[in-house]
Design a protein around this ligand. Structure first.
Ligand SMILES: Nc1ncnc2c1ncn2[C@@H]1O[C@H](COP(=O)(O)OP(=O)(O)O)[C@@H](O)[C@H]1O
Ligand SMILES: [Mg+2]
Length: 304
């Protein structure tokens, strides 16, 4: 009998569009390879859809809030159906950049210095604190967003304007700006999948640099690192993946400066369109798109 896979994509996060693309492309590939596939949204109907369709596995193609942060995972856990990628706690910890940074620091993984800011200080006080603790420029970012949404590099003259945009969040991170190279590394299960370097033509690897083909970020694979440094990068990624209790595939985002890797974050639901970074890293290793999807499904089923 054909294996049945339910793909959940879309959702209400700011990364809805990318999630729908991931869902469609994974669906096409699975259908081409003999699977019975259904795609649905993470709405009130989800439980009934799962009961009726009886999937062998749920492929979680969601990104961002409610899809990558433990919420949908807790629903799927409750239903008792195998699902791809990380579970409740790992997802929640990885989605919260403050919590994950605390875990990295405690376990001696280098991450940019930061201040948590709750819009509770005067401009004057905040500027003083930044100068004392971080120094300008800084990067301001939401704690639980993705795709570089509302991430800004700021100096003392434009920080107040940019902070206004982030007022929609209760708390944000203000990080030390790390210059240097942009490198990302992927882990699948307990295996080091590989790494890629991104050379954005824009000021940094922002939303447009990630998704707008005209912004043309250069992808470099294999990454130009010595074997020793490459091994160090992959070991940090695997360590972070394990520390947070992740499963399935994850992608860790780094800045590489002065021979040091600074871990920015770990993504538990990395993009999975054919043009996304994890499929590109995987293809370089000789694992094509369908085989990558199959490995992710296998990981989900064996971890249940
Ligand atoms: N501390 C930092 N120093 C330099 N660049 C940063 C820093 N934090 C983020 N960036 C830039 O912003 C991008 C997005 O930041 P990241 O923390 O990975 O958030 P997101 O979850 O939105 O991807 C990074 O890939 C990098 O280009
Ligand atoms: Mg990132």
């Amino acid at each position: 009998m054909k294996k049945k896979i339910l793909i959940i994509s879309g959702g209400i996060s700011k990364e809805r569009k990318i999630s729908l693309e991931t869902g469609n492309q994974v669906s096409k590939e699975l259908k081409k390879n003999g699977y019975k596939v259904k795609i649905c949204e993470p709405n009130y109907n989800l439980t009934n859809i799962i009961k009726d369709f009886k999937p062998n596995c749920v492929f979680n193609a969601l990104h961002g809030q409610f899809g990558e942060d433990g919420y949908i995972q807790s629903i799927l856990e409750n239903i008792g159906v195998p699902y791809t990628h990380s579970g409740i706690i790992a997802s929640a910890q990885a989605m919260d950049k403050e919590i994950s940074k605390k875990i990295f620091i405690k376990n001696k993984i280098l991450t940019p210095k930061y201040i948590k800011y709750c819009f509770d200080k005067s401009k004057f006080e905040l500027n003083k604190l930044i100068k004392k603790k971080l120094g300008f420029p800084v990067v301001i970012k939401p704690i639980n967003e993705g795709s570089s949404v509302n991430v800004f590099i700021c100096n003392s003259s434009n920080i107040n304007n940019k902070l206004k945009i982030l007022r929609i969040y209760k708390k944000i991170l203000i990080e030390q700006f790390i210059p240097g190279r942009e490198i990302q590394a992927a882990i699948l299960g307990k295996n080091k999948l590989g790494a890629i370097e991104l050379k954005p033509k824009r000021k940094f690897y922002d939303y447009k640099a990630k998704y707008n083909s005209k912004a043309k970020t250069e992808h470099i694979i294999p990454v130009n690192l010595t074997k020793k440094k490459y091994n160090e990068l992959m070991s940090i990624s695997l360590k972070a993946h394990n520390l947070l209790g992740c499963r399935g595939v994850t992608r860790s985002d780094f800045k590489y400066y002065n021979n040091k890797f600074y871990l920015l974050e770990i993504n538990t639901q990395p993009g999975m369109t054919k043009l996304s970074l994890v499929p590109e890293i995987s293809a370089y290793k000789g694992i094509n798109f369908i085989n990558l999807i199959k490995l992710i499904l296998k990981d989900a089923s064996t971890n249940k």
